[in-house]
Ligand binder design. Sequence first.
Ligand SMILES: [Zn+2]
Ligand SMILES: [Zn+2]
Length: 368
Amino acid sequence: MDTKQFRRELHAHPELSFEEYRTAAFIAEQLSQLGIENYPIAKTGVLARIEGKRGNLKRCVVLRADIDALPICEMTGIEWASKVDGVMHGCGHDCHAAILYGVLKRLKENSDFEGTLFGVFQPGEECNPGGAKYVLEEEPFKDYDVVAVVGEHVDADLEVGEIGFCPGKFMASTDELHFTIKGVGGHAAMRCRIKDSVVAAADFIMRLNAFNSDDCVVSIGRVIAEGATNVIPDVTACQGTMRTFNEKLRARIKDMIVNAAKEIEYKYDVEVAVDIRHGYPCVENNIQLTYEAMLLAESRGFKVRDLEMRPTAEDFGYYTQVYPSIFYRLGVGQSSGRSHTAMFLPDEKALDVGEEYMYQLALSILNK
Ligand SMILES: [Zn+2]
Ligand SMILES: [Zn+2]
């Protein structure tokens, strides 16, 4: 099966995060047909391994692709569109998986390289706590010296043939914020009898707003105070998101939020319940690896684009916190549409570019 067919097969049969049973079975079967060793990982993922013919086999490179889809009704109208109602490969993970398959196929055909190559078909990128966390909890590389973990994402802001890089900090950590402020409600005109959770929430939100900077985002997108013009409710709830580009800052801001909540409790005589639900860590690209990857891309005729830091998140961050890693963006062109929409359809021409580049990159790191 070629890379394009593989992609179309996955695209037609998308599965939601942590439900990738058919997807994993299909991937495992295709790998086995090529004689590539593979094992289940993180329940609905697949771990492939190819040993090179030379060098230290304990030295390894890990290529990672995510495989999950989104709860979207596809409206692209193509013949190989999703056959599953309400589920769609709307983020391009079908392309990532197909490219990884294509790269593994080529490395299996020509395994005259140094060390060991792992391919991770990872479930659950779109859903907390992220499949990457479960992959790493199984310690699949504990007997190995991991010299690089490589991941990619399709990008409609780059044209086909372009590959985007950002050495160092690249994508943000993400945490969900849930606050419940409990006061004493009552007649809005009788302020002496109430403990006003609405005002306490407003003050709290302004304090959170002060944490915003170039390296940190704290946004509250939902405030629920179910009173009336003349009723102050007992409880006001707020929900939001917090993003940083630095794990130390992330920990510090969390402490500062807890402290701000304590001050609000004291000032307004209310109770503030703070529930911070931890999401993905920052994606921090290894600087040397990334510059080397950029030089390689340039020398092989790919168009290199410099990217800015992105305040969105990726569970690839888990790998970057443990191993030297690189995450780059593969151009699929503006005509692909916007990701996470019913019309998103990455251009198939990008598959060849993605496969060729990842293959070259894997070989260059393995044989270094
Ligand atoms: Zn996505
Ligand atoms: Zn994605």
